[in-house]
Write a protein that binds this ligand. Structure first.
Ligand SMILES: CC(C)(COP(=O)(O)OP(=O)(O)OC[C@H]1O[C@@H](n2cnc3c(N)ncnc32)[C@H](O)[C@@H]1OP(=O)(O)O)[C@@H](O)C(=O)NCCC(=O)NCCS
Length: 187
């Protein structure tokens, strides 16, 4: 897989008026990522993200792996919001993982309390923009057949989804990324 590297942070406005910052995940985010996945995602959102029930638990090693994306040529972006009196909270995370057949695999999750406000769209657009710069034109995405939110998000960001595999109730899509003009129109 081509190296897809994000270097810049970007701000977006959510539908409720709050600002989010989208930036590359860093190794020091491992603990905050754990809080995000284990405390801000419902069991169902965790299941949809990891395609299995995690029971609110992610091992330290897995969190360190996700937080260390840049060190292994994967892409990880987090969305954060300002939190009163403490460090900004992670409310969304998107990963592009190198995959066997060379197409990066995309996975995304947004905190339950912040879903429907534009965090997913902002994360996808940021990851698409970084991919375009690296010359990557397609991703793979695995999702439950009934995940209408994910399918809506894919369409909203101008990606073309082609069903390439079905395994039980998990569909795998090849997502053709929009060109820069279509991406601007989707923003
Ligand atoms: C899928 C997910 C990432 C979407 O993130 P989100 O922040 O809620 O999405 P956004 O608010 O940015 O919505 C963007 C678009 O997605 C679509 N969408 C969002 N929620 C939707 C819903 N409930 N039904 C249908 N479409 C929906 C809409 O087209 C929306 O555009 P609009 O706001 O102009 O209507 C989020 O629901 C999530 O984390 N789900 C659990 C984990 C998961 O399913 N991950 C995918 C597996 S890889």
């Amino acid at each position: 897989m081509a190296t897809i590297r994000a270097t810049h942070a970007t701000t977006y406005a959510l539908k409720d008026g709050r600002a989010i910052l989208i930036r590359p995940v860093e190794p020091r985010d491992a603990k905050a990522l754990g809080e995000f996945y284990c405390q801000r995602l419902s069991d169902e959102s965790q299941r949809r993200r990891f395609l299995q029930c995690r029971g609110g638990k992610l091992a330290q090693a897995e969190l360190a792996y996700l937080a260390g994306a840049a060190d292994r040529d994967a892409l990880g972006l987090v969305a954060t919001v300002a939190a009163e009196g403490s460090r900004p909270r992670i409310v969304g995370h998107i990963c592009l993982e190198p995959a066997r057949d060379e197409l990066p695999e995309m996975a995304i999750a947004v905190a339950d309390a912040e879903q429907g406000l534009g965090v997913g769209r902002a994360l996808m657009m940021a990851a698409i923009a970084v991919s375009q710069k690296a010359g990557v034109r397609s991703w793979l995405a695995h999702t439950f057949v009934y995940n209408t939110q994910l399918r809506g998000l894919v369409a909203a960001t101008g990606c073309q989804a082609e069903l390439v595999n079905v395994e039980g109730d998990v569909f795998t899509y090849r997502l053709s990324l929009p060109d820069a003009k279509t991406l601007r129109q989707a923003s």
